[in-house]
Design a protein around this ligand. Structure first.
Ligand code: SF4
Ligand code: SF4
Length: 345
């Protein structure tokens, strides 16, 4: 059951604008065009201000991350940060945005921690974070850290940047990051390589890391095929990880979702999007532009349809099976995705 009273964390997508062109980002189709049905917008500060924080005594954490854009693109970011003065704020960004002075000012806000997404050193970083500038990011990170800001370095390991892991580990300590977090991309769901296109033009290929075991490989599905059959054969009960953590997601267009993974499939013409509509029925009824968060949590979608769907009534959403089934879902299987510590030292 969702309630304002018990809510402990909200993830906000503050913007669906982005300066970067990361090849596996759902913002783009496989040909590197921005998805046609993406609503390119900023989450309105007016709607955020309307959230009844006084009725949410357990809201300890807000996170600015997002599926389709970078939070630093939102022009009201500073006011939004100030609005959440009593919460711990985590911001995840490509960090190739804003000037050093802005970063110095941000460092003064004690409740803010920033995750810098830096996938390699020098030009290597820009093979995935296309259109960003490594030098600008490092300048921003130095300005922030040297002014007292709390910074985490997030490094997605691919084949093309795995030779720099040790060097990145060393550099992160030297620059003063609190820690460096290595992870793998979960977007190699059918193939171990990914062709990078820019507006229809082929650029190059990227490849999963040598030591990465993808969910497809773990389930024994052949390359080139999505693992649905294998997943369904071995699936267990669904335990909603976000609901258990009393966590919610608010999309840049104002839509409220039970997690970021379900919000992630609202763009593009896939079957998953159609199935979500069958569960939610009317997306307008779960949008903070039209209704208060309290009303949304009491809506048919949140009160009945979504929880019922976890119990297979009338069906389980494939994304819920993929992430939260207790036998072979991605959360359960996160161990197979763990980065080998030996690689790092
Ligand atoms: S920085 Fe984030 S939102 Fe922007 S293209 Fe990359 S993954 Fe997508
Ligand atoms: S995928 Fe489904 S079950 Fe998992 S956190 Fe999201 S809503 Fe809950």
């Amino acid at each position: 059951m969702y309630s304002l009273e018990t809510l402990s964390a909200i993830d906000f997508e503050l913007s669906s604008h982005c300066n970067s062109k990361c090849p596996q980002c759902p913002r783009y189709d496989t040909q590197g065009y921005v998805q046609k049905d993406l609503n390119i917008t900023h989450l309105d500060f007016f709607n955020i201000k309307s959230l009844p924080l006084s009725k949410m005594p357990n809201l300890k954490e807000v996170s600015f991350c997002g599926n389709f854009g970078d939070p630093l693109m939102n022009p009201h970011l500073d006011q939004i940060i100030d609005f959440f003065a009593k919460q711990n704020i985590t911001i995840s960004t490509n960090a190739s945005l804003r000037d050093e002075q802005w970063w110095i000012n941000l460092a003064k806000k004690n409740n803010v921690e920033v995750t810098f997404c830096i996938d390699g050193i020098g030009d290597t970083h820009e093979l995935y974070r296309r259109n960003t500038s490594y030098n600008k990011i490092i300048k921003n990170a130095k300005a922030f850290i040297n002014s007292g800001g709390k910074a985490i370095w997030q490094y997605i390991i691919f084949r093309h940047n795995e030779h720099q892991i040790k060097e990145a580990n060393r550099l992160s300590a030297e620059l003063g990051f609190k820690k460096i977090k290595f992870m793998y991309s979960d977007r190699f769901d059918t193939d171990n390589t990914w062709k990078v296109y820019d507006n229809g033009k082929y650029q190059y290929k990227i490849e999963k890391a040598s030591n990465q075991v993808t969910l497809r490989e773990h389930l024994g599905e052949v390359e080139g095929k999505k693992y649905w059959n294998k997943l369904y054969q071995g699936k267990g009960k669904i335990s909603c990880v976000w609901r258990d953590k009393k966590r919610l997601y608010i999309h840049s267009d104002g839509g409220v979702y039970p997690c970021c993974m379900l919000a992630n499939i609202t763009v593009g013409n896939q079957l998953e999007k159609i199935l979500l509509k069958k569960i939610v029925h009317d997306f307008e009824k779960i949008n903070i532009k039209n209704h208060s968060l309290e009303q949304i949590l009491l809506s048919e979608a949140f009160l009945k349809n979504i929880p019922k769907s976890f119990r297979n009534d009338p069906f389980q959403h494939p994304i819920c099976i993929e992430y939260c089934n207790q036998t072979n879902g991605l959360y359960k299987m996160s161990d197979i995705q763990k980065v080998n510590q030996i690689d790092i030292q």
